[in-house]
Write a protein that binds this ligand. Structure first.
Ligand code: HEC
Length: 135
């Protein structure tokens, strides 16, 4: 009897967390559109250009990683808010040191676009290819 009760509690906890996970997935709508595997919507394309200008020298041209980590992988485990926080304040961790970008208006204003491009990479919607801007 006691075991059954624990099992029920465990199951309802699992159902609850599943519910929360699917809710947050819904709230976080797909921020990009990729057509033909290479064409990005204007916002994500702008994100790629910002990425190339400011981030690629450490994270690789398409975010695949270099001295900085592979961000396509990172975005599978960090949230959009965490992404924004690291971009704003930087991060000194076990891999190395990521500079803060809060003094760079272009990067700060482009955070949504940067995230959109990197999310498209992370979801596998676009690979390690040079994107084009959709017409
Ligand atoms: C000078 C090199 C350098 C530049 C330029 C740079 N980064 Fe980083 N970044 C790093 C390093 C190194 C880390 C890993 C820090 C650690 O955890 O040890 C990192 C970590 C990150 C993380 C956290 C990843 C995770 O898994 O927690 C994000 C997000 C990130 N960078 C985004 C960006 C973006 C966006 C830009 C461009 C605006 C950028 N970085 C520019 C070096 C850089």
């Amino acid at each position: 009897m006691r075991l059954n009760k624990n099992l029920i509690m465990l199951l309802s906890a699992a159902t609850l967390s599943f519910g929360v996970a699917s809710m947050s997935a819904q709230a976080d709508e797909q921020p990009y559109t990729v057509t033909d595997g290479t064409h990005l919507d204007a916002n994500s394309y702008n994100g790629f250009k910002l990425f190339r200008n400011w981030c690629a020298r450490c994270h690789g041209t398409y975010g695949q990683g270099m001295v900085g980590p592979n961000l396509a992988d990172s975005l599978k485990s960090i949230s959009k808010e965490e992404f924004f926080t690291v971009v704003e304040n930087g991060k000194a961790g076990t891999i190395g040191s990521m500079p803060p970008w809060k003094a760079n208006a272009k990067v700060m204003e482009g955070r949504e676009a940067l995230y959109a491009y990197m999310k498209a990479r992370s979801d596998g919607a676009i690979g390690e290819v040079k994107p084009k801007k959709a017409k």
